[in-house]
Ligand binder design. Sequence first.
Ligand SMILES: [Zn+2]
Length: 72
Amino acid sequence: MQILTPKDPEWKQFCGKLNDAIHENGCDSMTLKNSDTILRRDYPQYDSDATLGYFREHNGFCDCEVLMNVDG
Ligand SMILES: [Zn+2]
C-alpha cells in the first residue's frame, strides 16, 4: 500500500478534513489521532501507519503540525 503525501491529488482534501477535525475535536499536541481517524475512514487505499510515520519524519508529531510542517 502507498502513503499519502503532499504530492497526492487527495492531499488538499485530506488537509481540509483534518482542519475541520481539529476545529471540532481539538489537537492534543501529542498524537496524530485526528489524522489517523480520517485516513482509516476516508482513505483506505493508503497505509495509515506508514503515512503517520511519514508525517513524523516531516515534523508532524501532532495533527496541527501536519498542517503547519508537512503541508508545505
Ligand atoms: Zn497540535
